[in-house]
Ligand binder design. Structure first.
Ligand SMILES: CC(C)(COP(=O)(O)OP(=O)(O)OC[C@H]1O[C@@H](n2cnc3c(N)ncnc32)[C@H](O)[C@@H]1OP(=O)(O)O)[C@@H](O)C(=O)NCCC(=O)NCCS
Length: 174
C-alpha cells in the first residue's frame, strides 16, 4: 500500500521506496537493534523485493520515519490490515540510536493517525516480545490494553477510542 506522507511536530512518516532498502537493511541487520525482530538476510536485492511486495499488497504498509531535515531515522510498518474487521497490527519498528528523543512517541502517534484517521480502521491488535521491556512499557504508557501472554509474546489491543484519548494527551507532538 502507498499513502500520502504525514507530519507531526518533528517527524515525517512516508511510504518506503526501493531507495530505502539499504537503510532498512542496515537497521534490521544491526545486532543490537534486531534482538527482538525476525531475522533478515543481508541481501539488498531481497530487501528491495520485500519492499516492492509489501507496497503492492493491500494489507501492508512499510514506512520510513524521517526527522525535520528529511533524514531517515527509522522504519515501522502497519500490517495485517483486515478491511472487513477494520483491524490492523503495527511493528517492525526500529529507530536509529541518537535520533531525536521524540522520534518514538511521534512515530507511534503518526502510525495511529494513519491507521485510525486516514485508513478508517478501528482496532489495533499487536504483539511485543516478552523480553522487550522498553517497548512493553512504551505501549502501556500510551494506553494499550494487555490481553494475554504466550511463551514468546505479549498481546495487546488499542482501539480508535483509546487513540482519541491518547491524541489529546499528546497533542503537543502532533
Ligand atoms: C522500539 C524503538 C523504536 C523505540 O524507540 P526508543 O527511542 O527506544 O523509545 P523509548 O521508549 O525510549 O522512548 C523515547 C523517549 O520518549 C519517551 N516516551 C516514551 N513513551 C512516552 C510517553 N508515552 N509519553 C511521554 N514520553 C514518552 C521516553 O521516556 C524516552 O525518553 P527518555 O529517553 O528521556 O526516557 C527502539 O527502542 C528500537 O529501535 N528498538 C529496537 C527494535 C525493536 O525492538 N523494535 C520493537 C519491535 S516491533
Amino acid at each position: 500500500m502507498i499513502v500520502e506522507p504525514l507530519q507531526s511536530r518533528n517527524v515525517r512518516l512516508r511510504t518506503a521506496t526501493d531507495d530505502d532498502a539499504a537503510f532498512m537493511l542496515e537497521l534490521r541487520t544491526d545486532e543490537s537493534l534486531s534482538r527482538f525482530l525476525n531475522r533478515t538476510d543481508a541481501d539488498l536485492g531481497k530487501q528491495k523485493a520485500w519492499i516492492a511486495a509489501k507496497r503492492d499488497a493491500a494489507d501492508d504498509l512499510p514506512l520510513i520515519i524521517e526527522d525535520a531535515a528529511g533524514l531517515a531515522v527509522g522504519t515501522v510498518s502497519i500490517y495485517h490490515i483486515d478491511a472487513a474487521l477494520k483491524s490492523f497490527c503495527w511493528g517492525r519498528w526500529i529507530i536509529r540510536p541518537g535520533s531525536m528523543v521524540t522520534a518514538a512517541i511521534e512515530s507511534a502517534l503518526l502510525v495511529y493517525v494513519q491507521a485510525f484517521e486516514k485508513l478508517g480502521l478501528e482496532l489495533c491488535v499487536f504483539d511485543v516480545r516478552n523480553g522487550n521491556a522498553k517497548v512493553l512499557s512504551f505501549h502501556e504508557k500510551l494506553g494499550a490494553h494487555f490481553m494475554y501472554r504466550t511463551s514468546t509474546d505479549s498481546w495487546f489491543f488499542f482501539s480508535k477510542d483509546d487513540f482519541a484519548a491518547a491524541r489529546s494527551r499528546y497533542a503537543r507532538f502532533l
